[in-house]
Design a protein around this ligand. Structure first.
Ligand code: CA
Ligand code: CA
Length: 144
């Protein structure tokens, strides 16, 4: 799967690691070529497949993006939904869209990861004994 080259993957991995230094929330990126069905449903399906509901504080966040048809969604686990206001992710999505519209997929993801971290740290500050509960690597969808 050659959606992103090594360097791009490294940029995303670094962005996730950096964001997770300020929050105990766990951010994952999942990409695939095309989105079959509503982006939100795909995101929920991958969230479960990737075992993202297993974090201690139930504060995993998945940013899903389909590369060719430009659908994306952000979902947080129930620990987040319980404490944040509705429309919590809207400003992050807006900022990502600005990049995606220009075809800047990696920059858009980096921006989203950064902002998600900023948003999360108010509710889930990083603790000194933090564990990297979910991989910082990109997860790829089912398509080859
Ligand atoms: Ca962590
Ligand atoms: Ca992580």
């Amino acid at each position: 799967m050659n959606i992103f080259n090594e360097q791009e993957q490294e940029r995303i991995r670094e962005a996730v690691a950096a964001a997770e230094r300020s929050t105990s929330g766990e951010i994952r990126i999942c990409v695939e070529r095309t989105c079959k069905g509503p982006a939100m449903e795909r995101a929920i399906s991958y969230f479960n497949k990737l075992g993202m509901a297993k974090t201690k504080l139930r504060n995993g966040v998945l940013i899903y993006l389909s590369i060719d048809d430009h659908h994306f969604a952000i979902i947080g686990d129930m620990g987040i939904d319980k404490v944040v206001p509705p429309n919590f992710w809207d400003s992050t999505k807006e900022a990502m869209l600005t990049h995606f519209r220009k075809g800047e997929l990696v920059a858009g993801l980096e921006k989203g990861i950064h902002l998600a971290g900023e948003q999360l740290k108010k509710y889930f500050p990083n603790l000194s004994d933090d564990v990297d509960e979910l991989s910082n690597d990109i997860a790829y969808g089912e398509e080859k």
